[in-house]
Design a protein around this ligand. Structure first.
Ligand code: PBG
Length: 327
């Protein structure tokens, strides 16, 4: 039977690769990607993280190679996480100028400081033997205000090591203001703050625990947000902007793309999203089983996070995505 075809045909703009490229609304570019890297004290060789195939705990040397590659690929930055040989209740290794993370900052700045934004996680969980992001009261509660004092000291150690941007990720109330004040009072007014503002108590951080050898008992639900709440995420972001955050972050990314969008619409600072360890592990596991086209799924994931409103993406695929974009 003959039908009168439609006059308006959206398919016309999908006909050729050049047309599709020309009208693409969203672009993933290497300069907006940040590679998170782990450095473990005392390692002679990089050590694989079994729940994150392809990701390692770096030795001092392998870290230098990884960040040099990131710079060569034109990434926006690297986010450093340190794993000390000895953990204690106060997370002392985080404050020690000769601690693994602070030394790594100096190494990375020397290697690629003129090409990449060098960022560091500002949190105690990698350094505490109990695995919490803060100091505990005698009853085992995470003590907000004592933790703030430790974060201020940690910020100063990282700034002294040469970091460009600190990432307070412990979800303590007032953490951005305290870090900003401490940095300014010590003359580090140029160090910027990437606030992990809307950070959820998420099952998708699972593989990260292995990545940082964390022995967390219990959970983080008294400080990280309830996955049920989006307005609260916006509230956290607005507080952090008022406290002086230069960028704000939503974390995890994929299960919270609605929050990324709300935050993008609510503030006028750059918005970052963290494509976390569990999101990485999930896709890699499906790909390893032959259930999903790995490279296509990686690029679709990053494109979707950008489309939701993220200006910057922290992702374990940062270097690989940059290579794919170049190809
Ligand atoms: C806290 C921190 C965590 C992650 C980044 N910073 C762990 C947590 O809050 O439980 C998780 C990152 C990931 O899962 O990829 N220092």
């Amino acid at each position: 039977m003959h039908v009168q075809g439609p006059t308006i045909r959206p398919r016309r703009l999908r006909r050729t690769p050049a047309l599709r490229r020309m009208v693409a609304e969203t672009h993933v570019v290497p300069s907006s990607l940040v590679l998170p890297v782990f450095i473990r004290e005392g390692l002679a060789e990089p050590h694989p993280i079994s729940s994150m195939p392809g990701v390692v705990q770096h030795s001092r040397d392998s870290l230098k190679r990884a960040v040099a590659e990131a710079a060569e690929l034109g990434l926006g930055g690297v986010m450093l996480f340190g794993i000390p040989e000895h953990k204690d209740a106060r997370g002392s290794g985080a404050l020690d100028p000769a601690g693994v993370l602070n030394l790594a900052i100096t190494d990375v700045v020397a290697e690629v400081g003129d090409q990449l934004t060098v960022m560091s996680d500002l949190c105690l969980d990698e350094f505490t033997d109990h695995g919490h992001c803060g100091l505990l009261t005698p009853d085992g509660e995470v003590d907000n205000d004592q933790t703030l004092a430790a974060y201020a000291e940690m910020a100063l150690a990282q700034a002294a090591a040469g970091v460009d941007m600190v990432g307070p990720s412990g979800m303590m109330d007032g953490q951005v203001a305290v870090v900003r004040e401490a940095l300014d009072a010590a003359g580090h007014t140029h160090v910027s703050v990437l606030a992990y503002s809307a950070k959820y108590a998420s099952a998708f951080f699972g593989p990260f625990r292995e990545a940082v050898d964390s022995s967390l008992v219990g959970d983080r639900r008294t400080y990280q947000q309830n996955p049920a709440n989006a307005l609260e995420g916006v509230r956290e972001v607005l507080l952090d902007v008022a406290e002086g955050a230069d960028l704000v972050m939503v974390k995890p990314a994929l299960p919270y793309l609605d929050v990324v969008r709300r935050v993008r619409d609510a503030v006028d600072v750059p918005v970052a999203a963290y494509n976390v360890s569990g999101e990485y592990a999930m896709l890699e596991a499906a790909a390893a089983n032959g259930w999903i086209d790995r490279e296509a799924a990686i690029m679709e994931t990053l494109t979707s996070i950008r489309r939701a409103g993220a200006d910057v993406i922290l992702t374990y695929w940062a270097s690989e995505a940059a290579r794919l974009l170049r190809a």
